[in-house]
Design a protein around this ligand. Structure first.
Ligand code: ZN
Length: 338
C-alpha cells in the first residue's frame, strides 16, 4: 500500500507503507473513501513543528469498515463510518464529561492519507452513517472528522447562542466552517475576518453577514466600529498565532468568550492584560466524537454543505501538490481520493 509520508519540511512523498492490520482486539481497519490535507499538517510541513524521521501523515478520514477486532461491537465490516482525528473509548470520565479528545485512551490519528487505515478504540471512535452515502456526500462527511467538528467546537467554546454577534478570526477551512457552525447555532450577526475574495464569498455563503479585511489592532478597531464600540459576544480564534489570539481577545466584549482552536504556535498571554479583558477563554483539540451523530445527521439530511470548503480535489498519489497548494494558499483545502 502507498500513502503520504513527510520526510522533511516541504518534502511529502507518496510511498510504500506497511498495510494496516488489527493489532488490538478493539481496533478496526477501514478502507478510506476520501481523506484530505489539514491546516495543522502545514505546521510540520513548514518546519514549524519538528518531526522525528519519516512521518506518515493525515488524520481526517471516512470510509468503509474492512475488518474489526474480536472485542469491537458497535461497528461491522461493510458499514460506512466517520471518525474523529483523536481516538476515544467513549467510556472514561473525560469522555463522559463531553471531552473525548482528552480521553485517557486518546491517540491522535496520523496515517489517514492512505487507502487503508487502522482505527484504535473503534467502538468509541467511529460512528456509522445511516447507510452507504452517495459520492456527492463524501466531501461533507469527511469535514466532520476534523475541520467541521473543530469549527463547531470553536463556536460552542466561544459561547455562540441564538442572537449572538460573532466574529471569526482566520479564513482557513476551520474558520469558514466556524462561520457555518455559528449560523447553525443561531448567531444573528457573523463577522468574518478575511482579505481573500474567494474565502469571503464562501464565508458569506456559510452565513457571514459582514467581512472585515483589516488585521491585528486595525481589525479589532473595525469590529468595535461594527458593534457600536462594544465588541463581539463570541469570537472564534482559528489560527493559533500570537497576533490572532490577541486579535480575538481584544475583539470580544467584557463577559464574552473566545473559542480557540488554532493550534497555538508561539502564543504567550500576559496574565494582567488578560485579567482586565474580562474575556472567557476555552479551547483545545475539538471533542469531535461528541458531535459526530448530530453533524452526520445534518449532512445526511442535506441541511448543511460543509464539503464546499474543498476547492481542490486530487488523486492521493498527488498528495504533495495538495500540500503545496495549501501552503501557498492557492487552495483552501485539498481533498484526496485514494
Ligand atoms: Zn475516554
Amino acid at each position: 500500500m502507498k500513502g503520504a509520508v513527510l520526510h522533511a519540511p516541504g518534502d511529502v512523498r507518496f510511498e510504500e507503507r506497511a498495510e494496516p492490520a488489527i493489532v488490538k482486539p478493539t481496533d478496526a481497519v477501514i478502507r478510506v473513501a476520501v481523506t484530505c490535507v489539514c491546516g495543522s499538517d502545514l505546521w510540520p510541513y513548514r518546519g514549524a513543528q519538528p518531526i522525528e524521521g519519516p512521518t506518515p501523515m493525515g488524520h481526517e478520514y471516512c470510509g468503509v469498515v474492512e475488518e474489526v477486532g474480536s472485542e469491537v461491537r458497535s461497528v461491522k465490516p461493510g458499514q460506512f463510518v466517520v471518525g474523529s482525528f483523536a481516538t476515544s473509548d467513549n467510556t472514561c470520565p473525560h469522555c463522559r464529561f463531553g471531552y473525548p479528545s482528552s480521553c485517557v485512551n486518546r491517540e491522535f490519528m496520523s496515517a489517514a492519507q492512505a487507502p487503508m487505515l487502522r482505527v484504535p478504540h473503534a467502538d468509541g471512535t467511529l460512528v456509522p452513517t445511516p447507510g452507504m452515502p452517495s459520492q456527492d456526500l463524501l466531501p461533507s462527511l469527511l469535514t466532520i472528522s476534523d475541520v467541521l467538528g473543530t469549527g463547531w467546537f470553536a463556536a460552542e467554546a466561544a459561547g455562540v447562542k441564538p442572537g449572538s454577534t460573532v466574529a471569526v478570526v482566520g479564513d482557513g477551512a476551520v474558520g469558514l466552517l466556524g462561520v457555518l457552525s455559528a449560523k447553525q447555532m443561531g448567531a444573528e450577526r457573523i463577522i468574518a475576518m478575511s482579505r481573500h475574495e474567494a474565502r469571503q464569498r464562501l464565508a458569506r455563503e456559510f452565513g457571514a453577514t459582514d467581512i472585515v479585511t483589516e488585521r491585528g489592532n486595525e481589525g479589532v478597531a473595525r469590529i468595535k466600529d461594527l458593534t457600536k464600540g462594544v465588541g463581539a459576544d463570541a469570537v472564534l480564534e482559528c489560527v493559533g498565532t500570537q497576533e490572532s489570539m490577541w486579535q480575538a481577545i481584544r475583539a470580544t466584549r467584557p463577559g464574552g468568550g473566545v473559542g480557540y482552536v488554532g493550534v497555538p504556535h508561539g502564543v504567550s498571554l500576559d496574565g494582567a492584560e488578560l485579567f482586565f479583558t474580562h474575556v472567557r477563554l476555552h479551547g483545545g483539540p475539538a471533542p469531535v466524537r461528541r458531535y459526530l451523530p448530530n453533524l452526520i445527521d445534518l449532512v445526511w439530511k442535506g441541511k448543511i454543505d460543509p464539503g464546499k470548503v474543498f476547492d481542490l480535489t486530487l488523486p492521493l498519489d498527488q498528495v504533495a501538490e495538495g500540500y503545496r497548494a495549501m501552503d501557498q494558499r492557492r487552495a483552501i483545502k485539498a481533498l484526496l481520493r485514494p
